[in-house]
Design a binder for this molecule. Structure first.
Ligand code: ADP
Ligand code: SF4
Length: 695
């Protein structure tokens, strides 16, 4: 190990326990939870194997009145939940780490859709999700009941062999946080009013948790010191600090961050600096002698050392960096810094949880696959009989496929038509806010260039004949997809026919630097994922007159899942982009370019009424749908037998356009499956966790 990083590997005491180093995987959701306990245990254990000293669960519902269904969080409602949780503690302990559980009652954030229990809050308030339910102000008796539920959950957590038990007041998502916040807690009894009163319940719960935890467990306090809402919310400089002062020496550890979740898990698009929470949480260590863990997309070992040396934190907390690279601590310990797969801050991991499916990661395609496919982020089966492989296309699918084939020991020839490597990942990383996405390319190209068994050719647009001439019998075609320029998409199933004097552009044009000469510019986003909004933000600095037309009711609706939608829409509005939601785009009906009607204008068509409005248009950017680049693949397929090509695989966007994460995953899967037993590839896609029929 490089000496300058040895401070990161010092053991640190947490109450009665000792963590083996300063790497701490803080609680994070993963879409596995109580629904997929074996997958959950294997995923957490992988972090322990990768060197993390503490590995935590996600939010763990303590009672049916905190039921987050249909989301797959953790659950500890009664003793029947203990065996599933013990899968995790056993697996984590086996790899030498401490296991932490984040006990949670979500109050007015839990819809209780499964349990149909009443909703609880300090004061009457609507559920903070779009379900037709309201929470009621808890009576003193109900507050007592809640304390009992929490105590019971602590006992069960102890029985499930957790080492660290959390008390959770963060993200504006937990009852204990709600009691602290003056805009949610408007009580006039001893639990409301002054900050001391609003902190009362938290103190009681902390004290009771400590008492039950006893000498074998430590108690962590997770607290959001600042809501990042200025004077409208709790601020680190005022009440946030005061709460820490009131409870300073009570917990065994302070796990501090900012609220809400979109601020805590900020994307690089809106928060490019790693370590972005430091200025909010750095006061905490001045107030308490207990160890402090902080987060903020911390992947750089130099930054970590500086945070410890400057006394900002004792533990390097991580959710996303531990997802992107579960072996981050080991790589630092073994002086393999260049091999760290850095989080790109895209929140595809968050999107999985928000859509109720198992976690996935753009950078780490093995994330969530540890149990169901048996994938290990650092290990892959060695090659069998074949020697050489050809990967065509060096976008995310081709780069990942080539990297894993090379790791397996095959000779890899990687051919790319462009003069650079990276395909869409490189192209998109040139757009405003997406610079960090380049890490997808850089990490893989770095590794490929280290390997003697890899030959890389750029400026090499291969034809089918050239592929045959190369005489490599195993070919992976990752030629990607191009954006359509005819307007076909989700809403328009007939091509658009823009009138005279309208120049049409696609996202590929913009990313290649082929920009409209002048406005007015219409951006038509029928893709509705993220790219339309990114392009609008990118171009808003260059063109004064931009209209953003979309059939969706908001800009980039899919970015709700990555916690960005409000930011995207606000950025466009601040930039003066004219938003035209709930509209498809069409030409002037019966427009005749020769006669001048429909010349230099398009029409918006209301998706509800069909009402049309004319919009001036000199340039039209269509973000609608992609066309798979499969000409080469089809030609090779037709000559596969005569050319004696043994393996011919179409992967990535050329097979099924999707996210960069999907392309990386497809490349990884193809490399893993190459030469695998047919029975293994053909059997059910992956292991499933079937619900037991025992009652
Ligand atoms: P994916 O997301 O599936 O990796 P991309 O569109 O990012 O797809 O990348 C596909 C890459 O394939 C592009 O960089 C493109 O230049 C390259 N490519 C397309 N056709 C050929 C070809 N015939 N020979 C070599 N490279 C090609
Ligand atoms: Fe980071 Fe994106 Fe992976 Fe999440 S999905 S850990 S944000 S790289």
């Amino acid at each position: 190990m490089n000496d300058k990083y040895s401070i990161l590997f010092e053991p640190v005491k947490i109450g009665p326990l000792t963590a083996r180093n300063r790497f701490y995987q803080v609680p994070h959701c993963c879409g596995l939870g109580h629904v997929r306990p074996q997958a959950h245990a294997a995923m957490r254990a992988m972090k322990a194997e990768g060197g993390w000293a503490v590995v935590s669960t996600e939010e763990t519902e303590i009672h049916p009145s905190s039921d987050l269904s249909p989301y797959a969080e953790q659950r500890i409602w009664d003793e029947h939940d203990i065996p599933a949780l013990r899968l995790m503690t056993n697996a984590v302990h086996e790899k030498g780490a401490l296991a932490a559980i984040e006990l949670a009652h979500n109050g007015a954030h839990a819809p209780n859709l499964l349990s149909r229990a009443p909703l609880f809050a300090p004061s009457d308030i609507s559920l903070d999700l779009a379900h037709p339910r309201q929470a009621r102000a808890m009576s003193i008796r109900e507050i007592g009941e809640f304390r009992r539920w929490h105590r019971d959950a602590v006992r069960r957590a102890r029985d499930a062999d957790f080492d660290i038990i959390y008390v959770y007041a963060g993200h504006r998502m937990s009852l204990l946080h709600h009691f602290l916040l003056s805009d949610i807690n408007t009580r006039t009894d001893e639990y409301g009013g002054s900050l001391e009163n609003r902190t009362r319940l938290l103190r009681e719960v902390l004290e009771e948790t400590l008492e039950i935890a006893g000498d074998n467990c430590a108690v962590a306090m997770r607290f959001a010191v600042d809501e990042m809402r200025g004077a409208d919310g709790m601020q680190a400089a005022e009440e946030g600090r005061a709460v820490v002062e009131l409870l300073a020496e009570l917990p065994d550890l302070w796990d501090v961050n900012v609220s809400d979740w979109s601020n805590d898990s900020a994307t690089t698009r809106y928060q490019p600096s790693d370590g972005y929470q430091t200025s909010y949480i750095e006061f905490v260590k001045q107030v308490t002698s207990k160890p402090v863990v902080g987060v903020g997309r911390l992947s750089s070992p130099d930054q970590m050392v500086s945070l410890i040396k400057r006394g900002v934190m004792d533990f390097i907390g991580a959710a996303r960096p531990s997802i992107a690279d579960p072996f981050l601590p080991k790589k630092i310990a073994e002086n393999r810094i260049d091999e760290i797969r850095e989080c790109i801050g895209c929140n595809i991991c968050v999107a999985a949880d928000n859509t109720g499916v198992p976690i996935r990661c753009t950078q780490n395609p093995t994330m969530g696959e540890e149990w169901r496919r048996g994938w290990h982020p650092e290990r892959i089966e060695a090659k069998r009989h074949e020697q050489s492989t050809l990967v065509i296309g060096a976008g995310p699918a081709g780069l990942e496929c080539a990297t894993q084939l090379a790791r397996r020991g095959y000779h890899v020839t990687l051919a790319e038509a462009a003069d650079n490597l990276g395909g869409r990942a490189l192209a998109e990383s040139g757009l405003k806010g997406l610079g960090a996405w380049r890490r997808v390319v850089d990490n893989r190209v770095y590794e490929l260039r280290q390997r003697a068994n890899v030959d890389i050719y750029t400026d090499s647009a291969l034809s089918a004949e050239q592929v045959v001439e190369l005489a490599i019998k195993n070919v992976f075609v990752a030629t990607g997809a191009k954006w359509l320029g005819n307007g076909l998409g989700r809403s328009n199933r007939q091509p658009l026919t823009p009138g005279k004097n309208i120049s049409v552009f696609t996202p590929d044009d913009i990313m290649a630097g082929n920009l409209p000469a002048d406005g007015p510019l219409i951006i038509y986003d029928d893709d509705q994922i993220y790219l339309g909004g990114v392009l609008a933000e990118h171009l808003s600095a260059m063109y004064a007159d931009i209209s953003f037309v979309t059939p969706a009711s908001v800009v980039s609706p899919w970015t709700e899942h990555t916690l960005e939608q409000e930011r995207v829409q606000a950025a466009l509005m601040h930039a003066g982009v004219q938003l035209k939601p709930n509209c498809t785009l069409g030409s002037v009906p019966g427009g005749d370019a020769a006669a001048g009607s429909g010349d230099g204008v398009m029409q918006t068509i209301c998706t509800y009424t069909g009402n049309r409005h004319t919009l001036p248009c000199a340039s039209l950017l269509l973000v609608t749908e992609r066309c798979r680049e499969i000409t080469l693949y089809d030609e090779l397929k037709s000559m596969q037998d005569t050319a004696a090509i043994r393996t011919l695989e179409l992967i990535g966007d050329a097979a099924s356009p999707g996210l960069i994460a999907d392309a990386v995953y497809a490349g990884h899967l193809a490399a893993r499956d190459f030469e695998a037993d047919a029975a293994v590839v053909e059997r059910a896609l992956f292991r499933r966790e079937i619900i037991s029929l025992k009652s």
